[in-house]
Design a protein around this ligand. Sequence first.
Ligand SMILES: *Cc1c(COP(=O)(O)O)cnc(C)c1O
Length: 404
Amino acid sequence: MTLPPNVYDAEPIPEAARAEIERLLQTGDLFRYTAPEDAPVALLEREFADMLGSKYALAVSSCSAALFLSLLALDLKPGAKVMIPAFTFAAVPSSIVHANCVPVLCEVGDNYRIDMADFEAKLDSVEAVIISHMRGHTSDMDAIMALCTERGIPVIEDAAHSLGTTWHGRNIGTIGRIGCFSFQSYKLVNSGEGGILITDDAEVLARAVIMSGAYEHNWRKHKGPRGENTADLEQAFAKWQNRLPLYNLRLSNLAAAIIRPQLGEVPRRVRDGRSNHDYVAGLLESSPWIEVPAKLAPEDRAPDSLQFNLKGLDEAQTRAFAKAAEARGVKVQVFGLSTDNARAFWNWQFLGETPELPQTRAMLMKACDTRLPARLTRPELDLIAGALIGAAEDVMGETLAYGT
Ligand SMILES: *Cc1c(COP(=O)(O)O)cnc(C)c1O
């Protein structure tokens, strides 16, 4: 009999990491700037930038650090407004507060994507936007880029959960001015903690590198494509040297040694994650109470979790559904119902007064989240789908039968 899988465990770190970790332990060479060149962190940056097709990468301590440095690298004035979707993780508005800017929350639709009418209505009041591809769902990047380019507003992509996703075949994270990724354990590539930003803009890269903690002339160890120093990069570093504060958000060589052998696993994880997701989503279609919103046409997703909306359930029935699913061995969180959920905007009390966003709130009250790691087997996926369909039936079966 198949048992409910543990969906929280990550995959083992590839065996290939061991020799390099052993070397680092033997030599104590853990700081990225000790070696004259080719430190594991520097090699990771080159490999990651090449993998996604961007000129530059900067590895840092988390995706939140990457978002914070991105805002500072754009040289926004204190108090500048930065738009984000109201459906995101609390670390995203936090990075804006940390950068002395002010978040402006934009409505999100039932399909977890940015509501373009609200986005456009609020765009003229902001100086930058962070597009959080929340849970790997891509908003309409064509419309977003057209509106922002027209106004000269820089776009930062929060691609923490979108490594491997493409839009018209182009890698997510390379569409805006800057793309930020996470290596926290619940993401596609896991080093416990870690993040990286990518950009084609030498000035942005130079500013972010210095503020990440490249003191004195350590910036010389940051190179452009093919490991070469480009003239615009040299100029940008020379311009900003000693003019920016150091926040010391660097990544250690140990984390880079854990990440690098996983980059080769990304295509498999993406393929398996997508096929798992689409398989379970297909099975859920048979339930009259469950709806998995469709992706947008230009998007190819890289999911490691599944989101779906409950249809026709009130709040008590929604709570009963989550309980019934858990009793059947599958944990579901309803974003707006679980206590203290960091993805429900009304819990971001550090912002002071949180705005009223009825559309996003209504979505969060019916949107369910369940993890679906790439390593799951078909019988495990069948069990998960069966538990979700069964839980809805447990709660709603009678209502339908008696027509109430
Ligand atoms: C995980 C996540 C973050 C934060 O990443 P950290 O590396 O933990 O700082 C930000 N945004 C989204 C959409 C995420 O999923």
